[in-house]
Design a protein around this ligand. Structure first.
Ligand SMILES: [Zn+2]
Length: 106
C-alpha cells in the first residue's frame, strides 16, 4: 500500500491524505475513504538480514518507548534475535512497506 501526505510525498499511514495499493485504480482521499488497518513489512528487495542466523524471516512491529516515542523494531522469526530498529518513514527508508493487516504473504 502507498500513502501520500499533503504535499504528495510518501509518508506513514497516519499522516496520509491519500492512499492506494499496488495496481489500485486510483489514489483515494482519506476524507472519502479512511486508511484501512495496515501493518509494516520489509520490502521484498530489502537487504536486511538477521546477523545471528543470516535468515531473512523477519518481522516488524511497533514498540512504544518509555518516553512515548514509537519505534519500529525488526525481529528474526527464526531465532528470535532483535535485528535492529529501523526508520519507518517510507520517504527515507525504501525497505519498509505497508500491507493490509491480516493479508497473508507477498
Ligand atoms: Zn535469526
Amino acid at each position: 500500500m502507498f500513502f501520500g501526505n499533503e504535499g504528495g510525498r510518501p509518508c506513514l499511514p497516519e499522516e496520509a491524505r491519500s492512499w492506494t495499493w499496488e495496481g489500485g485504480p486510483a489514489w483515494f482521499s482519506t476524507a472519502d475513504r479512511p486508511v484501512p488497518a495496515c501493518e509494516p513489512v520489509l520490502a521484498p528487495h530489502s537487504k536486511v538480514r538477521c546477523p545471528r542466523c543470516v535468515r531473512r524471516v523477519l518481522r516488524l512491529s511497533w514498540q512504544v518507548f518509555a518516553d512515548g516515542g514509537r519505534h519500529l523494531r525488526c525481529d528474526c522469526v527464526a531465532c528470535g534475535a532483535l535485528v535492529k530498529y529501523i526508520k519507518p518513514d517510507p520517504w527515507t527508508n525504501p525497505d519498509v512497506e505497508f500491507r493490509a493487516a491480516g493479508a497473508c504473504g507477498h
